[in-house]
Design a protein around this ligand. Structure first.
Ligand code: CTP
Length: 399
């Protein structure tokens, strides 16, 4: 599995850096080549001599190293690797990656590459739990960065909790599995996400509170399992994930056209909050007050139901998944919606304002299928996405 693979190993500054020495031994033992990069802070914890001796290769550390540039430029260094591993990944390095900084060799390599990246975070428990680190984690996950650990346990700083770097064996296993084909390899999955905007006139529109967070997380999770993802998104707050084909639309009618053009697909997940109606008498020029005090009367016409048309269309994906965002009688409405729209599964959630789900980071859903219903505990939208992606992979596996 790892024979002849080249791993670029970035060793950051943390007490866990010593574990990277065992990781190098495991990788070398499995036949992989290891190109080590030691950050300035990393060199405070392990020496270039021991890293270089174990890897059997030159240790890179300076961004502006004339000899290294002559032999192999820093861009080439990252591109020639099959996988980039950062162990330990410090809170600081995660923050610099999340904001796209390139102020030393490690961060420059990470920014200059499209090679898959695996991080093994290691930091004090409070640093790990800090909102800033959790925000950076979510950003990096959205960018397609993989993670192993951190583990829970006693830490060198004397505290206890999550933040300890994963053991070298666990990092090694994560590296090995990064080279396995994901269960959705070769599958095409279509995902809709975000709100739609329905114009009233050239400067005004009708919208809804969907941020696009859940749809974006689903697209990223499907991509991580190896799927080719087409991501049709309305004007969302959350940026689309890396590594998927993004089609941006504004209105429901445009979304239907983009979805139809993206078929065929093996599965479709319709997470968009599509406006049910559009304005029939939308004005081509800005509507003005006419001084009479009379408000304009907007007339509405129903939008096409994208989920229903995909579920009932000729090029129906084998698996069609809809969402039911409800505020009352959530399950009863969702069950009826599944049958009415003809989709296979419905992910039901309660979006009453007091749940904080719409626009929030968490979701509490029930997955409704013909064969039964599963109530999932409240969890991060990223976790809902990963669990749903695994269910989709399972449903598509026998063909
Ligand atoms: N949906 C769609 N096209 C529409 C409306 C909804 O594809 N015009 C999809 C959504 O992406 C979601 C599912 O249908 O997967 C349910 O959306 P929801 O807004 O909850 O349902 P509605 O069709 O609006 O039903 P109701 O008016 O009963 O709430």
């Amino acid at each position: 599995m790892l024979a002849d693979r080249r791993i670029l190993l970035i060793i950051g500054g943390g007490i866990a850096a010593y574990k990277s020495l065992s990781l190098i031994r495991l990788l070398k033992g499995a036949g992989a080549a290891v190109t080590p990069v030691l950050t300035k802070a990393g060199a405070e914890f392990v020496t270039a001599l021991s890293v270089g001796a174990l890897a059997g290769e030159k240790v890179h550390s300076a961004l502006f190293d004339l000899t290294a540039e002559a032999e192999m430029g820093h861009i080439e260094l990252s591109r020639s690797a099959d996988l980039i591993v950062v162990a330990p990944a410090t809170a600081d390095l995660m923050a610099r990656m999340a904001t796209g900084q390139a102020d030393d060799l490690a961060s420059t390599l990470l920014l200059a590459t499209d090679t898959p990246v695996l991080l093994a975070p290691a930091m004090n428990v409070r640093m790990w739990q800090h909102a800033a680190t959790q925000r950076n984690l979510a950003t990096l996950r959205g960018d397609g960065i993989r993670f192993v650990g951190p583990d829970d346990g006693a830490m060198a700083c004397g505290e206890f909790g999550p933040g300890r770097m994963a053991e070298p064996e666990a990092i090694f296993a994560a590296i090995a599995s990064a080279f396995e084909a994901g269960p959705l390899q070769g599958r095409h999955v279509l995902v809709t996400s975000g709100p739609t905007h329905e114009p009233i006139d050239p400067v005004r529109f009708i919208a809804n509170r969907s941020s696009g967070a859940q749809g974006t997380a689903i697209a990223a999770a499907l991509r991580d399992l190896g799927a080719r993802v087409t991501f049709v998104t309305g004007p969302a707050e959350v940026a689309p994930p890396q590594g998927v084909a993004v089609v941006r639309v504004e209105t429901a009618v445009q979304m239907l056209a983009a979805v139809s053009a993206a078929l065929p697909a093996d599965a479709a997940v319709m997470a968009a909050a599509v406006a049910d109606w559009r304005v029939l008498n939308a004005s081509g020029s800005k509507m003005k007050k006419d001084g009479s005090g009379q408000a304009p009367a907007l007339q509405f016409v129903e939008n096409p139901d994208i989920l229903a048309s995909v579920s009932k269309g000729h090029t129906r994906p084998r698996l069609v998944v809809g969402f039911a965002a409800e505020t009352d009688d959530v399950l009863a409405n969702a069950r009826a919606k599944r049958l009415r729209k003809g989709c296979d599964w419905i992910v039901a959630n309660d979006v009453s304002p007091e749940t904080g789900i719409m626009g929030g980071a968490e979701n509490a859903v029930t997955l409704i299928r013909a064969e039964g219903e599963e109530v999932w505990p409240r969890m991060a939208k990223d976790d809902v996405a990963r669990r749903l992606a695994l269910c989709i992979a399972d449903a598509l596996k026998d063909e």
